[in-house]
Structures are given as C-alpha cells and as structure tokens.
Design a protein around this ligand. Structure first.
Ligand code: ZN
Length: 489
C-alpha cells in the first residue's frame, strides 16, 4: 500500500513538474510599436519588379548555355531606373556580371553592413509551360500580384533593396555606417563566379562586415500543423552541402549467365540501406526555435517541447512526418542521380549514383561519410565526394545576443504586425555562406509572408508575389537599413 501511495505521489509530482515547465515556456512578447508606412508608390515599384523579371537572367548548369546579355542589360536598367542610387553609390562590376555598390557612411570608424541578393534565376521547364497562367518572363501584373520567374527567388529582394536605397536617399537619409549592396549573378549554380568573387574583392581590400542580410527563412503561413498565425524564421546558420558519388564495378558479359548480383543490384542495395538508416535526428538546433514559438502552439505541443527531456522520441516522431520539419532536425540525404548499363542484355561494367546530403551543424562531411560507409558495409561500393563542387560544411551559427540580431528581430516585428520571430538553421544553400571569412553575423531572412501555395512557386510553377507583400519588403529594407545604418555595433 505504501509503495502504491509513493508511486502515486511520484506521478503527481512528475505531472506537476512537467506542467510547471510548460508554463515557463515562451510567453506572448511585448508588442513592438509599429513604424510609419514609407511613402512608396505601389504601381511604380511593381512595374520595376515586373521589368526586372523580363530580363532572362538564367543560370544554366553548363556554362555553354550561359547568355551574358540579360545581366549586362540589368546593369544598364539599374543605372536608368535608380538615378539617385546611381549618383550616390559607387558601383563595381565583379567578374563582369555581378555588382557591388558602396553607400559610404559618414562615420568610417563603424564596420560596414551588407545586403545581398542574386540576379540570376532558375530556368522554366518546357513541360510546365502549359500550367503557367502567364508567360514566365512576361513580367505581368494582375490580380494584385507580380508574376514570373524570380518574383520570389529573388528579384523581389533585389528590386526591394534598390527601391529602399533610392527612397532613403530621396528622403534625405545618409547612413552613418557604410552600406554595401551585393548582387551575384550565379547563386543558383553555387555562386562560385559571382558572390565568391565579390567576397575575394572585399577581402583583398581588408573589408570586414558587422552584419549581413541575405535570402533565407521567411514569414511562413501554415507551416506548423495546428498553427494559423504566421511566424518568421531567421536563418542564423545554413546546412552544409555534399554530394557523394557511389560506384560499383561489374565484369561485363552476357546477361544469360549472370552472377548472383550485377553492379546495378549492388548499388540498389546500398541506396536502400541508406534510405532505411537515415542519419539520427537531433533536436539541439530546432528545439530552441520551437521554444521561441511555443506560445503560439497548441498545448499538447507546448507540453512535449517543455519536456523534451522525456518526450524527445515522440517529438522527433511528430516532426519527421513532414519533409520540411525533418530537414530541420537531421542531416538529410537524397539519391538524386543514377547511371549505368548500356543494353538490356549486357551485364553492366560500372554503375554510379549521386546522393545529395544537407548537413546539420555538428555533422561534419567526414563523419557523414564514415556513417554511410558503415551503413552500406560493402567493400564493393566505392564512396567518394563528388568533384563537381567538393561540398562544404554547415556554416557557423551567428550569435543571437548582439545588437545586429536583436534589431533585426525588432524591425521584423515592427514592420510585420508583431509577428513571432525565431532563429533557425536554414536548410538550403544561399550565397551568404561565401561571406563567412569576413562576417560573423550572417542572417538569412526573406522579409515576406507567403502561404505554402505561394512558396511552391519558388523554382516551380506560377511564381508570383502579391503587390502588398512586395511593399512590405521595401518597408522592411528601408527600416533595417536605417537601423543598421545608424546603430553603433
Ligand atoms: Zn535564391
């Protein structure tokens, strides 16, 4: 009886403790005072974005298909469209097609900041054309939206930054701190000829950056089940990138007398083993994100998050159901290419496959290779890093306890109606990781609220941005430029 009572007391205590922990999770933050809407003409700025979309500045996988003319046309277009910016900022063309602008601050003791956007876009797949409601490079404005490839990724950012600077100069603003604008021309193929060269140029001049803002997380609507309100995710790191090439050799011969397994079978088995043994999920980076957003989550989620020490497994099970969430809690892998064999009745001499990895901070390339070697456990499978880009590790995590981050969070809440803001590890690659050698405060954040349907337009079909969303971007850029431009950090 005593034991039963003791057990009951223990359970009651445990539940009380877990409820207490739940009650201590994040609270609704103090509302930030809104800022005045800037004086911008929606029609004019929308027309500018539509014009930029019309330049077919496409990044193609092979350099043979590269058409430089649209990039050169964009340079001229900026000169003509933004006369105040052109007059007041110093422009340098980097590697012919990328652009770097310097807006000199009045206090040269302050370390500069940089705003980044890429000018290139991904191509539009021929087969998807019938599904587009507009010509993808037509720069069409209708139904309150600006349509076309790049409307989201990321000509809206480029135009937004240009509009912000033009409007700030028009209003008589002069930053204390030097502000750079950087426009790379090949982000969609890793930025090696654009942003990488811009960074080299800055490094050679001894430039260090106090903070940098590039595309990344956004204000998501409908991303978390059970959450109606939008919330902003600011990337403070991005996942690393690595492609492993798997190959297996076989002895070519007649398919009528095969061995037990061909090179195709060897590789198929290796890939199946990898799929069945994903890298372990980890909550160390995503749990702080969830804790920050907890006040808007259903009680059940709050309870699990507050007591992750006990419910880790359950939490992971819940999260990994969605590919979007799964990408935030583990190093992912995806078999993306396979090649082998020459004829249906010939045993293949060699088969190769490519597996693309996105590495969570803390999982190094070497550690992932060692893990997969163990999982596959087959000496017949050769594993090596794909030579195409060599891969790179996850980026360092930008600190949160800094004026740069705190002001970014505040401005986001000021401009976007007190939206919840949380830091996270951005799961895809951006140009900004090239800046790591000269900047410790890199933030990957696209200042717009998009529904899941709108997000699908990115690299997809019917890419578009609402005009009022685009206006919000410009308001955000104007505000953050003023705050970073004047703050002493
Ligand atoms: Zn992009």
């Amino acid at each position: 009886m005593n034991i039963a009572l003791f057990a009951l007391a223990l359970i009651i205590f445990l539940i009380a403790y877990m409820l207490f922990r739940t009650s201590r999770l994040s609270k609704f933050p103090q509302p930030a005072a809104p800022v005045d809407k800037p004086d911008i003409d929606q029609k004019i700025v929308s027309t500018h974005l539509a014009e930029l979309i019309r330049f077919r500045s496409i990044s193609t996988e092979s350099s043979a298909g590269f058409d430089p003319q649209p990039f050169l046309d964009i340079h001229r277009w900026i000169d003509n469209t933004y006369p105040l910016l052109t007059k007041n900022l110093e422009k340098t063309c980097i590697n012919q097609y990328s652009l770097l602008y310097v807006w000199k601050g009045s206090d040269l003791k302050l370390t500069p900041v940089l705003f980044n956007a890429h000018l290139d876009v991904v191509p539009v797949e021929e087969s998807t054309l019938p599904e587009w409601k507009v010509e993808p490079f037509g720069g069409v404005i209708r139904e309150g939206c600006i349509w076309g490839r790049g409307a989201i990724d990321m000509k809206s950012h480029a135009t937004g930054l240009l509009e912000a600077v033009e409007a700030l100069i028009r209003s008589g603003y002069q930053p204390k701190r030097t502000i750079y604008l950087a426009f790379g021309h090949d982000e969609e193929i890793m930025g090696f000829n654009g942003t990488k060269k811009i960074v080299e140029h800055l490094k050679n001049r001894g430039v260090q950056l106090a903070a940098l803002l590039d595309e990344g997380g956004l204000i998501s609507i409908g991303m978390l089940p059970g959450v109606q309100d939008p919330f902003a995710l600011v990337g403070i790191s991005e996942k690393g990138y690595m492609t492993l090439q798997l190959s297996a050799a076989g002895s070519p011969g007649h398919a009528s007398q095969p061995g037990r397994q061909t090179a195709v079978g060897i590789l198929a088995r290796a890939i199946a083993l990898m799929d069945d043994h994903p890298l372990p999920a980890r909550l160390d980076y995503f749990l702080p994100t969830l804790e920050k957003l907890a006040y808007m989550l259903p009680f059940r989620m709050q309870f699990l998050i507050a007591n992750a020490w006990l419910f880790r497994g359950l939490l992971i099970k819940n999260l990994e159901k969605s590919p979007q969430m799964n990408a935030l809690i583990r190093t992912t892998h995806a078999a993306t290419m396979i090649h082998g064999g020459i004829k249906d009745n010939v045993l293949p001499a060699s088969v190769t496959a490519k597996i693309n990895f996105r590495l969570l901070p803390g999982d190094s390339m070497d550690a992932v290779i060692a893990y997969e070697k163990k999982v596959i456990g087959d000496p017949r499978v050769e594993i090596k890093v794909d030579e195409a880009n060599g891969g790179w590790e996850a980026s360092p995590v930008s600190p949160l306890d800094t004026p740069a981050y705190r002001s970014l969070e505040l401005v986001t809440r000021q401009v976007f109606d007190n939206v919840a803001v949380a830091p996270f590890v951005f799961p895809a690659a951006t140009d900004s990781h090239h800046y790591q050698p000269i900047c410790a405060n890199i933030f990957k954040f696209s200042p717009f609220a998009l529904t899941l349907d709108e997000q699908h337009g990115m690299h997809g079909i019917n890419e578009r941005i609402q005009q009022k969303t685009f206006m919000g971007m410009i308001a955000f850029y104007m505000r953050i430029m003023r705050v970073w431009g004047d703050a002493e950090f």
